[in-house]
Design a protein around this ligand. Structure first.
Ligand code: CLF
Ligand code: SF4
Length: 522
């Protein structure tokens, strides 16, 4: 049995063959291989300094969306300065955030450029590992060029160390490329859902073009041409581009392979395929007409089918247009306008640099810990399991089970622990007490995992997890995730070899017999 780090792997769990993410209800359930020595996948965002020219690594090494490794350590923030849009997407209702870069259903506080800059400086002082400012709505950043570029201009004067990032539907992009380059905006996301206008007409009812509304295939054709032209122009100018595609089952699922090929041809750095979020209560056309989003398996199948094409990002959290913090956390309510207005903000670049040096040292320590764990690992025999990790950042097992809102999922073999996705759950600990009613849904969310690594866990959830065949492990509290996972797995393999897994047999016999499968069984 050959091991594979491909996220198409299926896992034997509780006697069933179950694809990664099958237990998930949460919308984003994909995987992303982790970096460097331990990883062997071609996932673009997992690449390290040895995989690219130094000037590109400089641009992505502390960008949490462009580097999977960075997303454990560095934060981003969005400011909602761009309310207007020049197109209509069938998955968007304007009273909610832009679905391109946000989770619908949460209304942002719109800001002027001056308010936005004050907010960025306040966040940068409070969260010194915040390295990227993105403008991602709530409408389209480039349909609001004055506010968008004024924000970037003002910020660049006051905080030149913060990387600038922008997200757009692409309609106005070609005309804005000079401005983008003028402000040294190194990262541009374009949402491209189709390269065939007939498919586009099912996604976009209209665009606003040359002072008039254009509909149908003609609208989709213009949008497509602008997107391709804009992408080519950015590639020619050395700007890194990420393509976001919303996966809409029955409309563009198979077509996204062609999108992947076309954007790769035009120099896209990453392709991020995201699930359609389509709740009726959001009031979108798709929500109201019953267009469903993809299952976790469908999303993964399309991502896997794109392997070998444009490099994939798999750690996206579909953030709001005013998100603040590490990906997966949201601290925006700490920085509301009234709080910001009352603050006397002092931007201390030296203090930020000093702090980021510590973050970088921590990151290097994580890489070294992983290398050391791999160096002492036994030979790979193809055995492979999933583990869930409770972490609040920094690449360590450092969260109490009761406080977890999102588990990170790692695929572990004898020689590698690879980040493959995340699972959102309702927090178990409510108001200082464990909420036992939450446990079944938490267990369901990670029931294809063999262990859950936590900083601490109470007796009640421990029993419940063990009963479900998931081993609760608090022996690696505050250690680096990959080293903890590899060390736990080394011990686990020894127990399996002895016929003693210490908890309910959940397919381990099948693993011992070599029946573990790497086929895409879904
Ligand atoms: Fe923001 Fe987007 Fe820049 Fe990142 S988000 S504008 S590239 S700084 Fe990141 Fe959020 Fe996914 Fe976007 S996780 S939704 S990919
Ligand atoms: Fe909504 Fe963004 Fe589409 Fe505009 S581009 S309609 S704001 S999802």
């Amino acid at each position: 049995m050959q091991p594979t780090s491909s996220p198409s792997t299926a896992y034997i769990s509780l006697g069933q063959i179950r694809p990664l993410g099958a237990a998930l209800d949460a919308p984003a359930a994909s995987g992303c291989s982790t970096a460097g020595d331990a990883g062997s996948s071609s996932c673009g965002s997992s690449a390290g300094p040895d995989d690219m020219p130094p000037e590109i690594w400089e641009k992505i090494k502390d960008h949490p969306c462009y580097s999977e490794e960075a997303h454990h350590h560095y934060a981003r923030m969005h400011v909602a300065v761009a309310p207007a849009c020049n197109i209509q997407c069938n998955y968007c209702n304007r009273k909610y955030d832009c679905s391109n870069e946000s989770r619908p259903g949460v209304v942002s506080q719109k800001l002027t450029p001056e308010q936005a800059v004050k907010k960025v400086l306040a966040v940068a002082s409070e969260i010194p590992q915040m390295t990227v400012l993105g403008i991602a709505g709530p409408g389209d950043a480039l349909a609001n060029p004055r506010k968008t570029f004024e924000t970037f201009r003002l910020l660049q004067q006051k905080a030149p160390d913060i990387k600038l990032c922008v997200s757009t539907n692409g309609l106005a992009l070609p005309e804005m490329v000079d401005e983008i380059c003028r402000y040294n905006i190194d990262h541009v996301t374009i949402t491209i859902n189709m390269v065939d206008p007939e498919i586009g007409a099912r996604i976009y009812p209209w665009i606003f073009w040359n002072h008039r509304r254009v509909t149908g295939i003609e609208a989709a054709r213009i949008l497509h041409e602008q997107q391709m032209k804009g992408l080519e122009m950015l590639s020619a100018r050395g700007v890194l581009t990420k393509i976001n595609s919303v996966l809409i089952p029955g409309i563009n699922d198979a077509h996204l392979l062609e999108v992947n090929r076309e954007v790769k041809k035009r120099g896209a750095f990453l392709h991020n395929i995201m699930p359609l979020i389509s709740e009726a209560e959001h009031g979108t056309y798709f929500g109201l007409t019953g267009q469903r989003g993809p299952t976790a398996q469908e999303l993964k199948a399309v991502q896997d089918a794109c392997a070998g094409g444009a490099n994939l990002m798999r750690h996206c959290r579909q953030c709001r247009a005013d998100a603040v913090g590490l990906l997966g956390e949201d601290r925006s309510d700490e920085f509301t306008l009234d709080r910001i207005e009352a603050l006397e903000v002092v931007y201390d670049l030296d203090r930020r640099r000093e702090y980021q040096e510590k973050v970088e040292a921590e990151r290097q320590a994580q890489v070294a810990a992983r290398q050391a764990a791999v160096a002492k690992a036994a030979a790979d025999d193809g055995m492979k399991v999933l583990v869930a990790v409770a972490t609040k950042g920094g690449g360590r097992v450092n969260e109490h089970f009761g406080h977890v809102r999102e588990f990170q999922i790692y695929e572990v073999t004898a020689i590698a622990a690879v980040f493959v996705g995340h699972r959102r759950v309702d927090q178990y600990c409510q108001g200082g007490y464990g909420e036992d009613g939450q446990l079944p849904s938490i267990v369901r969310a990670i029931n294809d995992c063999h262990a859950v690594l936590v900083a601490k866990i109470g007796a009640c959830p421990k029993d419940e997890l063990e009963a479900a065949g998931i081993e609760p492990v608090d022996a690696y509290a505050h250690e680096f995730i990959e080293r903890a996972a590899l060390d736990w797995f080394a011990g686990y393999r020894e127990r399996v070899a002895r016929g003693d897994t210490g908890h309910r047999d959940r397919g381990d016999a099948a693993i011992r017999q070599g029946a573990f499968t790497s086929a895409a069984a879904a």
